[in-house]
Write a protein of this length. Structure first.
Length: 91
């Protein structure tokens, strides 16, 4: 019995690019927001800046996970894994 569900392949390089852009935007917003909060002595701006830092941290962890996953697939290719050729084609 076969499955009729659609299998979507991950475009890892595009995902990494998107995560890098999101990381840089959030990190920049953190720096600008924290500087503005300190200058204005606004705890609201500083709290918002810290929220941006947590978002940037999440994007950084996501980027690390995608990169490590890609390296694991490519590493299995080097070891001669039979299914790795199919996975590499999807990358």
């Amino acid at each position: 019995m076969s499955c009729d569900c659609g299998h979507s392949s991950a475009n890892t390089e595009n995902e990494r690019k998107t995560l890098r852009v999101a990381l840089m935007l959030n990190a920049t917003k953190f720096v600008v927001g924290m500087a503005a909060g300190l200058w204005a002595q606004s705890s609201g701006l500083m709290a918002d800046a810290l929220d941006m830092l947590t978002d940037a941290t999440a994007y950084g962890l996501g980027l690390m996970a995608v990169t490590r996953g890609m390296r694991a697939v490519l590493g299995s290719l080097d070891r001669g894994d039979a299914d790795a050729a199919k996975r590499r084609h999807r990358l």
